[in-house]
Ligand binder design. Structure first.
Ligand code: TXA
Ligand code: MG
Length: 337
């Protein structure tokens, strides 16, 4: 087991000596956790089968769940994909670097374990100075799933990473909390119309402005195309219960029912009618903003577990903008409870 080294990196003034040593670790086939604008990623050399294998081992990730290859400039795609479809060129022009992952036909150079033996590969250019500096210094594609244990909520701080992966990775680059807080939006552009496989940090409304034919993959389709979505995901140890936005009666009833069963109940709410109902130790009141809720959600779910909360009642949110990704994650957490 490697000893995990942690380095603080200021995203506004990235220390090039730390970045070079992290890039060396990647070149030797090691694992480096780095921040992106969405969540922390568990990085390895995308063209090194053994290094990729270590990523699956460290996370306890099922082998049938493919990884995203991260790049810092488009030339790095030459090894990874044969051709970028036209719609992909339009989308990357507008949204890269950024929280958009594209699924494209892959080359034979990409190891089979990266793509779970499929003929497509997911690629993205993250919009974070530390991620971009690391990939640039490494000089090629870097696979990076979220740096959490499989089934746990994705990490938005280096502390989350440590509590899941200490002793399982060589290095962690800590640049503070990640700004977006939910994972990238995954879009399959091998099909016409293009399909959203996972809602995420780039809202569908913004993608539709460039690719108006875009559709959301229905559950079955997305299960087939995006194996990751069929595994248990994003779930804290506590049971998650969702109530509709602004429904203070349902909220009060859910809290009361579980308390009567002798359970420690927590809540994450944002509407005034729910916030004003009670302000107890485990009630977290957020501003009524999908951006802030997205940024805080995973952190709050982990915090509830740390407190030993057994049931978390989470207020839903309209599926607009980042609200779609937030609702998707909350629903998945509730389904796997
Ligand atoms: O924001 C993010 O995307 C973060 C940061 C670190 O970049 N990464 C991330 O990776 O969330 P991961 O491995 O936790 O999620 C990757 C998702 C999974 O749902 C996986 O099934 C899907 O992308 N995926 C990867 N390759 C695919 C492919 N070839 N076809 C369809 N879906 C794919
Ligand atoms: Mg993940």
């Amino acid at each position: 087991m490697p000893e995990t080294k942690i380095f603080s990196v200021n995203p506004e003034h990235v220390d090039s000596a730390i970045i070079s040593s992290a890039a060396e670790v990647l070149k030797r086939g090691g694992l480096v956790v780095f921040p992106t604008e969405t969540v922390y990623g568990l990085g390895a050399d995308a063209l090194n089968t053994q290094a990729v294998e270590k990523v699956f081992d460290a996370k306890g990730r099922p082998a049938d769940n493919p990884l995203i290859v991260h790049i810092s400039k488009e030339e790095q795609l030459f090894d990874i994909i044969d051709e970028m479809p036209k719609v992909g060129t339009l989308l990357t022009k507008q949204f890269w670097p950024g929280p958009l992952t594209l699924v494209v036909k892959r080359t034979f150079l990409v190891p089979d374990n990266v793509v779970a033996h499929m003929d497509t590969v997911a690629v993205r250019m993250p919009n974070h100075p530390v991620a971009l500096a690391l990939i640039e210094a490494f000089g090629g594609g870097v696979v990076a799933p979220s740096a959490n244990l499989s089934t746990k909520p994705s990490p938005t701080t280096a502390q989350h990473v440590l509590s899941d992966l200490r002793g399982k990775v060589d290095m962690i680059l800590d640049a503070g909390p990640t700004p977006i807080g939910v994972e990238s939006t995954v879009v399959d552009i091998t099909t016409d119309p293009p399909l959203i496989l996972r809602h995420g940090g780039l809202p569908i409304e913004r993608i539709a402005a460039i690719a108006p034919r875009i559709q959301v993959a229905v559950e079955v389709e997305s299960l087939m195309r995006s194996p990751g979505t069929r595994h248990r995901h994003y779930a804290p140890a506590a049971q998650v219960v969702v109530v509709e936005e602004g429904d203070s009666e349902a909220y009060a009833a859910a809290v009361q029912t579980h308390r009567q069963q002798g359970k420690q109940v927590g809540a994450i709410v944002h509407s005034a009618s729910l916030v004003n109902l009670e302000r107890s130790q485990f009630v977290r009141a957020l501003p009524n903003s999908p951006e802030i809720i997205a940024q805080q959600l995973y952190s709050l779910l982990r915090e509830m577990d740390d407190y030993g909360v057994q049931v978390v009642v989470v207020e839903g949110i309209a599926k607009q903008g980042l609200g779609a990704a937030v609702m998707d994650r909350i629903k998945r957490a509730a389904e796997s409870s």
